[in-house]
Write a protein that binds this ligand. Structure first.
Ligand SMILES: [Zn+2]
Ligand SMILES: [Zn+2]
Length: 350
C-alpha cells in the first residue's frame, strides 16, 4: 500500500510504501476512496498548535511518532475483515468514524469516545486516510454511506460532525434565536447547511473574505458580515434582531473570540470550535455579571455522527462545494488550504 506521511514536522508529506496489512480480530481493511483535507491537518503537519503568548502544544511532546499518515475524514470500500468483524461485506462503502477511544474508560462507555484520555484517533494517533488503504479497529466505527457520493460523505466525519456537535450545544434556542457563525470556510458552509436542517431560526455568517461571505449567503445565511469592519459588533447585533444569544467560533483566534464575546448579550453562550490559536485575557467579573457561558466543542460522538447522517438523508442537506484531487496531490491540497484559497472542502480521491 502507499500513503502520504509526515516524515519530518514542517516538511511536505512523503509518499511511502509498505505491505498492505492483513486485518486481524475485529479489524476491517478498507480501500480508501475519499479522504477530506482538514485544517487541523495543517497544524499536525507543522508539529504544533499555537497556545498564544509564545507557547505551543507540540505533537512530538504529545507522543506522535513519525512517519504518520494524516486523514480523519475517510470513506472506503471493504477489502477484507478479521474473523471477529461481523456484518461487513467486501465492496460495501462506509464512512469511518475516526474519533476512537480506549473503549474501557467512563467516557468511552458513556458513548463519548471523542473525549477519551487515551485516544487512538485515526489520522491523529493511528494511521489515517491519506493512503490507498486504512485499517479500522472494529465494524462499529463504519457508517453505511452506500447512497451518498464518497467525496460528499467524507467531510461529515470531521467538519460535519464538528459543526453538528457545536450546533447541538446551542440547545432549543436554535429554533428561536440567531446563531452567529464565525468563519465561512468549509466548516462554516457545513454549519450553515446543518443549521438550516435543524430548523435554525437565523444564521449570521462572519468572515473577512468577501468571496467566503458570498458563499455563505448562497448557503443560506441570513446575513454575512465582515468581522474586521469597525462596526462589526453593531452589524452583528442588528442582523440578530438586537440580541445575540449564541455564537459558534469556527476560527478560534484572539480576534474572533473577542468579537464573539463583545457581541453576546447577557446570558449568551460562546462555543469555540476553531483551533487557529492564541490566547485572550478576560475580566473575570464579566462572566458572572453578563452570565456568559464559554464552552469548547471537540468533534462529536459516534451517536452524533449517526444522527447527522440521518439528518442529511431526512432533510436532503445539500453538499458543500467539494474539490476533488488525486491522492498524489496531497501536498498541493494542503498548501491551497494554508493559502486560504479553498471555498468548501478538498477531498483526495483514491
Ligand atoms: Zn478535522
Ligand atoms: Zn476511553
Amino acid at each position: 500500500m502507499q500513503s502520504y506521511d509526515i516524515v519530518t514536522f514542517g516538511e511536505p508529506l512523503q509518499r511511502l510504501e509498505r505491505p498492505t496489512p492483513t486485518p486481524t480480530g475485529t479489524e476491517v481493511l478498507l480501500r480508501v476512496t475519499a479522504a477530506g483535507v482538514c485544517h487541523s491537518d495543517l497544524h499536525i503537519l507543522d508539529g504544533y498548535f499555537d497556545l498564544g503568548g509564545g507557547n505551543r502544544l507540540s505533537m512530538a511532546e504529545r507522543g506522535m511518532k513519525l512517519p504518520h499518515t494524516l486523514g480523519h475524514e475517510t470513506v472506503g470500500e471493504v477489502v477484507a475483515a478479521g474473523p471477529g468483524a461481523a456484518g461487513v461485506a467486501p465492496g460495501s462503502r462506509y464512512l469511518v468514524y475516526p474519533w476512537i477511544g480506549c473503549g474501557d474508560c467512563g467516557v468511552c462507555r458513556a458513548g463519548e469516545e471523542q473525549l477519551c484520555l487515551a485516544p487512538r484517533f485515526l489520522g491523529i494517533q493511528s494511521a489515517g486516510g491519506y493512503a490507498d488503504h486504512i485499517v479500522v479497529p472494529h465494524p462499529r466505527y463504519l457508517l453505511d454511506v452506500a447512497d451518498l457520493p464518497a467525496g460528499e460523505a467524507a467531510p461529515y466525519a470531521c467538519s460535519g460532525l464538528t459543526t453538528y456537535g457545536a450546533l447541538r450545544k446551542v440547545g432549543p434556542a436554535i429554533e428561536r434565536d440567531a446563531v452567529v457563525i464565525i468563519g465561512a470556510g468549509g466548516l462554516g458552509l457545513m454549519a450553515l447547511q446543518i443549521h438550516r436542517a435543524m430548523d435554525g431560526h437565523r444564521a449570521i455568517a462572519i468572515d473577512i473574505d468577501p468571496a467566503k461571505r458570498d458563499a455563505a449567503m448562497r448557503a443560506g445565511a441570513f446575513a454575512a458580515i465582515d468581522g474586521a469592519a469597525p462596526d462589526a459588533v453593531a452589524q452583528i447585533k442588528a442582523a440578530a434582531g438586537g440580541q445575540v444569544w449564541a455564537a459558534i467560533d469556527l476560527v478560534g483566534s484572539e480576534a474572533t473570540v473577542r468579537l464573539a464575546l463583545d457581541s453576546l448579550t447577557k446570558g449568551g453562550k460562546l462555543i469555540v470550535v476553531g483551533l487557529f490559536g492564541g490566547a485572550i485575557t478576560l475580566p473575570l467579573p464579566l462572566l458572572p455579571q453578563r452570565a456568559l457561558t464559554l464552552q469548547g466543542s471537540y468533534v462529536g460522538s459516534l451517536g452524533e455522527l449517526h444522527e447527522l447522517l440521518a439528518l442529511v438523508r431526512r432533510r436532503k442537506i445539500p453538499s458543500i462545494p467539494i474539490h476533488e484531487r488525486p491522492l498524489g496531490e496531497a501536498n498541493g491540497a494542503i498548501e491551497a488550504l494554508r493559502a486560504g484559497t479553498v471555498v468548501g472542502r478538498t477531498v483526495l480521491r483514491g
